[in-house]
Design a protein around this ligand. Structure first.
Ligand SMILES: C[S@@+](CC[C@H](N)C(=O)[O-])C[C@H]1O[C@@H](n2cnc3c(N)ncnc32)[C@H](O)[C@@H]1O
Length: 409
């Protein structure tokens, strides 16, 4: 593993006895009725017809056979489904606590995203759902970061800092990070004290130029080793408006302006797997071609978060480009994957003899009971609550290597 040169804030002396962000969203009366009817591992299909009839959305989902992740309750024995930005609503995924009648808290979602307990989310409550749901799990960022030569790194569209945290753990030094949202920047700044955080909207040319100038003045002529970023791909979702001759509309192509100007040794862009099928693959090919034109050797890797220690089924694409021409190998899987069964997902334990992925219970079973719509943003953590090695890892008591070796035994 690379040496950690500039680690983000982890559980330290200041936070060792604290538990942050253990608060959850409130439920409407009807949503509470739904929550109380769904068993562990269940979803809207478990609801009685009388409850379904009370909601237009539930009726529509039930008539059209909507996704079985909707109105889902987590199964403590498995990794969670993908934590998206809507874990404040039961109808948009599987976000009901495995045993309590409430949604998961910010801290529980952060644990399922592999953010350690020292990582604190600031800003409005609605922003914090986005900060956590949008993030690259730090353990996933670390897995890919370990495959890239370390040095100075810039993180564009940094959000709350999931990708940066992983890269920092792999030894990359994040010199500048940027996002246009003030709450994202606030959280990022708090957790990455040594990084210069610049709030800039990439659609505003002046702000983009200011950001470029700030990076260049920080570099003082030295090489930028890695330009990283997780640009949102909403630019492509207005499919009808997209034109192959006007790529300025999309934020992912704005990133290329930084590649051109800064000529980093490597580029790393994170995105959803769906980017491969956008415009029948045209967008991705255009991006890979643009990287080739700039002298990079591009490649893509699809990684599964649970295989690298995150207690969550989340798939992400990493688009990489290196000027040296060295291709990056897929990081070695540490845990087995979760595969989708015909009716229920199950864990493919026999996969190369790897240990099973971390489950929801292992991730959150120590956290105290809180009421729906309640919880406390800052409270004391009692070490007698601790039940699993993953919880020890989250509290900074053991390393990922310790966790893995105990599990392999
Ligand atoms: C997918 S998230 C990035 C998550 C981040 N990589 C992480 O791991 O935590 C995309 C980010 O792009 C930011 N963003 C969206 N539009 C932007 C714009 N026009 N300029 C700058 N940032 C923007 C959002 O605020 C959001 O934080």
């Amino acid at each position: 593993m690379n040496t950690i040169s500039d680690p983000p804030k982890e559980v330290n002396q200041e936070s060792a006895f604290m538990l942050y962000n253990h608060v959850c969203a409130a439920l409407s009366e009807l949503d509470m009725e739904v929550v109380c009817s769904v068993p562990s591992g269940g979803n809207w299909r478990n609801l009685p017809a009388t409850t379904i009839a009370k909601s237009a959305r539930l009726t529509q989902i039930s008539n059209s056979g909507g996704r079985t992740t909707y109105y889902g309750r987590l199964d403590g024995n498995l990794p969670s489904y993908t934590i998206n930005t809507y874990f404040n609503r039961p109808g948009n995924g599987t976000f009901i606590h495995p045993s309590q009648n409430r949604l998961i808290s910010l801290r529980e979602a952060a644990r399922l995203q592999s953010f350690s307990d020292g990582y604190r989310f600031l800003g409005s409550l609605s922003s914090r759902f986005k900060q956590i749901g949008n993030a690259v799990p730090p353990l996933l960022g670390m897995a890919i970061g370990e495959k890239i030569k370390v040095g100075r790194c810039v993180d564009l569209f940094c959000g709350a800092g999931g990708l940066s945290t992983g890269l920092a753990h792999a030894g990359h030094r994040i010199i500048v990070a940027s996002d246009f949202n003030e709450h994202m920047c606030e959280t990022y700044r708090y957790n990455h004290e040594k990084t210069r955080v610049i709030q800039a909207n990439m659609f505003v040319q002046d702000e983009l130029i200011h950001l470029l100038d700030a990076i260049e003045s920080n570099l003082k002529g030295r090489t930028l080793n890695l330009l990283a970023g997780g640009p949102p791909c909403q630019g492509f979702s207005t499919a009808g408006k997209w034109s192959s001759t006007d790529t300025r509309n999309s934020l992912i192509f704005r990133t290329l302006e930084f590649v051109k100007k800064l000529a980093p040794e490597s580029v790393l862009l994170e995105n959803v797997p769906g980017i491969r099928s956008l415009q029948q693959g045209k967008i991705l090919n255009l991006l890979l071609d643009a990287l080739r034109v700039e002298g990079y050797h591009p490649q893509t890797l699809l990684l599964k978060a649970e295989e690298y220690g995150t207690p969550q089924r989340r798939r992400r694409i990493f688009i990489l480009g290196s000027r040296s021409g060295d291709l990056i190998e897929t990081p070695e899987e540490l845990f087995s994957e979760v595969v989708q069964g015909r009716t229920r997902k199950h864990i493919k334990k026999e996969h190369d003899g790897l240990p099973p992925p971390i489950s929801v219970s292992e991730a959150i079973s120590d956290l105290p009971e809180i009421p729906s719509g309640g919880g406390i943003d800052t409270t004391e953590y009692d070490y007698s609550w601790m039940k699993s090695d993953y919880q020890k890892y989250m509290r900074g008591l053991i390393s990922l290597e310790d966790l893995l070796s105990k599990r392999t035994k």
